[in-house]
Design a protein around this ligand. Structure first.
Ligand SMILES: [Fe+2]
Length: 194
């Protein structure tokens, strides 16, 4: 083998995934890496646990919006196609905000679809397409699951002195979800013809 070929093989060898290190972690899920943020470890742990539930449910709602964006049908196809995509982007931003809060508290955020599926409280959707009225009511139910847990988590964070988590849940999660519920709900109002 020429020197160039053996150099190339050496570089390619280094580029292969290190399979023998698959099980290696630098921090276990559920543990707290202490950061100097003037919050007790148990306070961080409780907030991280709640935020991980919130991240799983927010990821699920985000993905519901994309599913419905693709699969919506009927005379309201175009406005709903656009609205569902807008709400998907906003939920996607929330996922990042919540996950980064978890890391700021020294925790480990849920990230992968299989972990989200095991954790979320939002009922599983069928793979097939559903009519608009069903899409809308399933979305409203998912929002309410999130709002219900978010309100109680915000109160828990406030009483534990974790103001940052309380503010994030109230200012970002609750307000975004309430606004999206309004936009979705208006499509279910029957307006009488004059
Ligand atoms: Fe699209």
């Amino acid at each position: 083998m020429s020197t160039a070929a053996s150099k190339r093989n050496e570089i390619l060898g280094r580029a292969r995934p290190l399979k023998e290190r698959d099980g290696h972690e630098i921090q276990a899920f559920g543990t707290i890496a202490r950061l100097p943020i003037a919050l007790a470890e148990e306070v961080c742990k409780a907030s991280v646990e709640n935020l991980n539930q919130l991240v799983a449910d927010t990821m699920t709602l985000r993905d519901m919006y994309k599913k419905h964006h693709w699969q919506v049908a009927g005379p309201t196809f175009y406005p709903l196609h656009l609205l569902f995509d807008k709400h998907h982007s906003e939920q996607s931003e929330l996922v990042d905000t919540i996950a980064e809060r978890i890391q700021s508290l020294g925790g480990v955020g849920l990230a992968m679809a299989h972990d989200v599926a095991e954790t979320t409280l939002i009922p599983r959707l069928p793979r097939g397409r559903q009519p608009v009225a069903v899409q809308l009511s399933r979305l409203l139910h998912a929002h309410e699951v999130i709002l219900l847990e978010a309100r109680s988590m915000a109160r828990q964070a406030a009483s534990a002195g974790d103001d940052g988590t309380n503010d994030l849940i109230v200012s970002d999660v609750i307000r975004t979800n309430e606004l999206q519920v309004w936009f979705v709900s208006e499509h279910l109002v029957e307006v009488p013809l004059l």
